[in-house]
Design a protein around this ligand. Structure first.
Ligand SMILES: NC(=O)c1ccc[n+]([C@@H]2O[C@H](COP(=O)([O-])OP(=O)(O)OC[C@H]3O[C@@H](n4cnc5c(N)ncnc54)[C@H](O)[C@@H]3O)[C@@H](O)[C@H]2O)c1
Length: 258
């Protein structure tokens, strides 16, 4: 049985990494996936996520959008509803980082991180909730589901990454806020908090110092892969998450447990 059959899901940040894995997994579960990113091509080149989904026989639709553009972001949910007639699931996944400690962070860098990691999440969530509240509730009383990809660094410090860690704390909080205010009306909003997930993006992933830090902090015998997070997002996006609202599911191999 496909767990998202007939559902329309908007996923941000789908060109690469975790968002790409979520889009592919959701499409395999029967969803029509609207893939929103500022680019099509994944890190390192190759087939776009939409082409990959379609090659597998799934349904995907690409929207090129810069989520730092508040006006474009604010209209995205309406565009999805106009095109597909509904929005069942929103996954706020796209994020950026500048990788700087507090004293080296400029206001411009802080604002750039918050524009994508927080303001875009706020704008998309606000318009998704407004749309979902117009729908009939299902047999579990649910009108729509939102999954916010946060981070272990929404819960614990992000070494040398002040704006990013602070932005992820805001995302963790926003899931609670939406569940608190709109849970009674059938909105289900949860977070998924990845630990270290290897996406093949290079940079810190190729740095032996960071590799040792992640290995030392992770009780699991391996670091994460994007599909680990996609499976958790699928659970929260599906009817299987029956009575789960406002939580932040750690998918961190035990990082924050130790
Ligand atoms: N990879 C990890 O170890 C890890 C750990 C904790 C949390 N996370 C979270 O998981 C999510 C995905 O991370 P990832 O590692 O796959 O990142 P990534 O950099 O591989 O992918 C992010 C995607 O977002 C898109 N994006 C960035 N800015 C955008 C903008 N302004 N407009 C439109 N699209 C934009 C990028 O093009 C990219 O496709 C993020 O929210 C991140 O904070 C990742």
């Amino acid at each position: 049985m496909q767990r998202l059959a007939g559902r329309v899901c908007l996923v941000t940040g789908t060109a690469s990494g975790i968002g790409r894995a979520i889009a592919v997994r959701f499409a395999r579960e029967g969803a029509t996936v609207v893939c929103a990113d500022r680019r099509s091509t994944p890190d390192g080149g190759g087939e776009s996520t939409v082409d990959l989904v379609r090659r597998e026989g799934g349904r995907a639709h690409e929207v090129l959008v810069d989520l730092a553009d508040a006006a474009a972001t604010a209209g995205l949910v309406d565009e999805v509803v106009a095109e597909h007639g509904r929005l069942d699931v929103l996954v706020n996944n796209a994020a950026i980082s500048v990788g700087r400690p507090l004293l080296d962070t400029t206001v411009e860098q802080w604002d750039a991180v918050f524009a994508v990691n927080v303001t875009a999440v706020f704008l998309l969530t606000r318009s998704a909730v407004a749309h979902m509240l117009t729908r009939e509730a299902d047999e579990h009383g649910v009108r729509g589901r939102i999954v916010n990809v946060s981070s272990q660094h929404g819960m614990i410090g992000a070494r040398g990454d002040a704006a990013y860690g602070t932005s992820k704390s805001a995302v963790v909080y926003l899931s609670r806020q939406v569940a608190t205010d709109y849970g009674a009306a059938g909105i289900v909003c949860n977070g998924v908090a990845p630990g270290k997930i290897l996406t093949g993006a290079g940079g810190r992933e190729d740095d032996p110092v960071w590799q040792r830090h992640w290995r030392d902090r992770t009780p699991a015998p391996r670091l994460g892969v994007p599909d680990d997070v996609a499976h958790a997002a699928l659970f929260l996006a599906s009817d299987e998450a029956r009575y789960v609202n406002g939580t932040n599911l750690m998918v961190d191999g035990g990082w924050t447990a130790s």
